[in-house]
Ligand binder design. Structure first.
Ligand code: TMP
Length: 214
């Protein structure tokens, strides 16, 4: 079921680095709030004090020795806390929760790109979130070189990019392919969006779907 019994809706926005997720999450939040809906915007890794601390460890380019299993547990730890402290209680109050990334990111980055078993990451994360998956996921897709180009012009948290953004182009190609594979496997939940278009056009594609869900 997409809507919770209290009328809440859990939406995630996914995509490779530089795909414009954060802009789209904010545009969607604004549109829904203008229509009188209560909206909570959160991000992964992060969204709680614990999660934001974990984010600092995960993305710090100084920790270049971090193994993929270590990443899986840290992303999963931040996610477990976010779901139990913030997402679930909000959904139970009928709030619309928009998360900038969720489980699909772990499967694409640590699984398809990082070389660990996607099924195992899926199972581990469903345990961490007590089975919570988004009712709808928007996958913002664009060619890898376009995403990396956008990153270079955007002032990020770390000069020169965070630890994940700094990985080579082959890694980012596998991330994109992984996301596309996930969209193919779960077309009911994951809606593919052409993120090469201007932000307003991308927003229209997303809004068309969300409007139908409410
Ligand atoms: P952001 O830049 O979209 O805030 O995300 C932080 C980085 O963390 C981004 O490069 C993607 C990466 N990431 C993973 O590798 N696995 C995950 O599970 C999540 C949520 C993010």
């Amino acid at each position: 079921m997409v809507l919770t019994s209290a009328g809440g809706l859990f939406i995630s926005i996914e995509g490779p680095d530089g795909s414009g997720k954060t802009t789209q999450a904010r545009m969607l939040q604004e549109k829904l709030e203008k229509r009188g809906r209560r909206v909570l915007l959160t991000r992964e890794p992060g969204g709680t004090s614990i999660g934001e601390e974990v984010r600092g460890i995960l993305l710090n380019p100084l920790f270049c020795e971090m193994t993929v299993p270590c990443e899986i547990f840290l992303y999963g730890a931040a996610r477990a806390q976010l779901v139990s402290q913030v997402i679930r209680p909000s959904l139970e109050k009928g709030t619309i929760v928009i998360s900038d990334r969720f489980i699909d990111s772990s499967i694409a980055y640590q699984g398809y790109a990082g070389g660990e078993d996607p099924e195992m990451i899926h199972t581990l994360n469903l345990w961490a979130t007590a089975g919570l998956l988004p009712g709808k996921t928007f996958l913002l897709d664009l060619p890898v070189e376009k995403g990396l180009e956008r990153l270079q012009s955007k002032p990020g948290e770390y000069a020169g990019g965070d630890r994940i953004e700094r990985k080579n182009e082959h890694f980012h190609r596998r991330v994109r392919a992984g996301f596309l594979q996930l969209a193919k496997q779960d077309p009911q939940r994951i809606f593919l969006v052409n993120a090469e278009k201007p932000p307003e056009k991308v927003h229209e594609q997303i809004w068309g779907q969300v409007r139908d869900l409410l």
